[in-house]
Design a protein around this ligand. Structure first.
Ligand code: NAP
Length: 401
């Protein structure tokens, strides 16, 4: 039976992988969970190791002396202030870790490496991409394109696996719904805090803070638990070797469908005229001059039709979170309900603003994995509701009702 090594074990995606593998102890008798911090206790088949992936390979190798496994799941991530810094730091972490496995000799037992990346693969952070997004789509590169750390990581991985006994798999999740504390991109925590504090402030309404345009456009979400199941499947599926896969829930969702349900969960109403009201806390941010879709314009017959995209917020979430009234509302709520005091401060408002504020569809195809037999599926609303419930149990969010 194989052993697994999981980096980023405390992160939103890595944590779910550790839980998925360790829940199947007969299949995965040993799971090595690696991160700098340790945030929870694990089942007996999980061995946690503290490791700093930014340290030199030699140093890392000393910490990893007892870590061996046939399957490596690399889901560590260290967010930086610029795409160049993301490219440098996250690429270096993967490279140094793989070199450390050569030093310890652990690479000799490897069978497959699963690298977790995301839909920035398609340049969704730069503007509209061709929809649906497919794994065979060309990389978004060129003189006017910022560096993309996923491309560097994939190049490092391919190079490392060349002429070896093991192969690789890469996953592309998007807008992840799951559980992690104090991480870099956390949709469920931020949206739950926005709803809970808005309720505390007493208007009885839950206005959509994002873009009016995006409210009726489409997004593809990834539940962390489903992604973890995918990783376990892809590790063992022979035909998945040396392939990259989109990993989204399989339903296409839209905030026009999710937002009223969220409001209802918190006993609030969506203002019927929300987009007619004045928006005195609005903001707007232009994205890349040329959206990724522009790379396809000629062959799709869209020359001259691809416009620069923006992120629009009717209520700027960073500014909203800094309002005295909002902070006081949170303090009151946290005191009364015995919540984790720093949850609000750690919420990822900029990320939520991006998720709600874009003005273009994100439709991601699952056809490639399905053709190989993957049948996993999750209902996005049910998953969001489940994640909110778990965050309530973890005392990050108050009970909705
Ligand atoms: N979250 C999303 O919505 C989303 C969406 C699409 C794609 N992705 C991609 O998925 C991948 C994983 O991201 P994530 O969101 O799961 O990350 P995350 O929740 O922020 O977790 C990052 C993990 O990396 C670990 N880590 C960070 N720096 C480390 C270091 N120096 N040494 C060792 N471990 C370190 C962290 O643990 P410690 O801090 O304890 O070390 C944590 O376990 C990234 O490529 C990300 O871009 C995420």
């Amino acid at each position: 039976m194989p052993s697994a090594i999981v980096t980023g074990a405390t992160g939103i995606l890595g944590r779910a992988i550790v839980h998925e593998l360790s829940a199947h102890a007969q299949q995965w008798p040993t799971v090595h969970a690696l991160s700098r911090s340790k945030t929870e206790s694990y089942p007996s088949n999980v061995i946690h190791n503290h490791v700093d992936l930014t340290s030199p390979s030699k140093e890392m190798a000393e910490q990893l002396a007892a870590v061996k496994g046939e399957y490596l799941f690399f889901s560590a991530y260290l967010q930086q202030d610029s795409e160049q810094a993301n490219f440098d730091v996250n690429g270096d972490m993967l490279e140094a870790f793989l070199n450390a496995l050569d030093i310890t000799g652990a690479s000799k037992t490897l069978k497959r490496i699963i690298l977790v990346t995301g839909a920035k693969q398609y340049g969704v952070h730069l503007g509209a991409a061709k929809c649906p997004m497919m794994e065979s789509d060309r990389w978004v590169v060129g003189d006017d394109r910022p560096p993309n750390f996923y491309y560097r990581q994939q190049d490092i991985l391919r190079h490392y696996c060349q002429d070896r006994e093991f192969d690789w798999v890469v996953t592309y999740p998007n807008d992840v719904i799951g559980l992690a504390k104090g991480n870099f991109m956390n949709l469920a925590t931020s949206v739950g805090l926005y709803a809970a504090v808005t309720k505390e402030l007493g208007s009885g309404e839950l206005p959509f803070p994002g873009s009016e345009i995006f409210y009726t456009k489409f997004d593809s979400f990834t539940v962390a638990n489903l992604h973890a199941k995918f990783c376990a499947w892809a590790a063992l599926e022979p035909r998945a070797g040396n392939e990259a896969f989109n990993v989204v829930n399989g339903d296409i969702e839209s905030w026009q469908n999710l937002w009223p349900r969220l409001a209802q969960r918190y006993g609030l109403k969506v203002p019927p005229d929300q987009f007619e009201r004045s928006a005195d806390m609005s903001s707007e941010m232009l994205l890349a001059e040329r959206p990724p879709l522009d790379d396809w314009a000629d062959e799709l017959g869209l020359r001259g039709k691809v416009r620069q995209n923006k992120v629009q917020q009717r209520i700027d979430l960073v500014k909203w979170s800094q309002k005295e009234e909002v902070k006081e509302g949170w303090e009151k709520l946290a005191d009364r309900e015995g919540l984790e005091k720093d949850a609000f401060e750690k919420a990822t408002w900029e990320f939520l603003a991006f998720v709600l504020g874009r003005d273009y569809d994100i439709v991601i195809s699952m056809s490639k994995a399905r053709k190989l037999g993957w049948s996993g599926y999750a209902d996005t609303w049910e998953s969001l509701e489940e994640a909110l419930g778990e965050l309530e149990v973890a005392k990050v969010l108050p009970k909705a009702k």
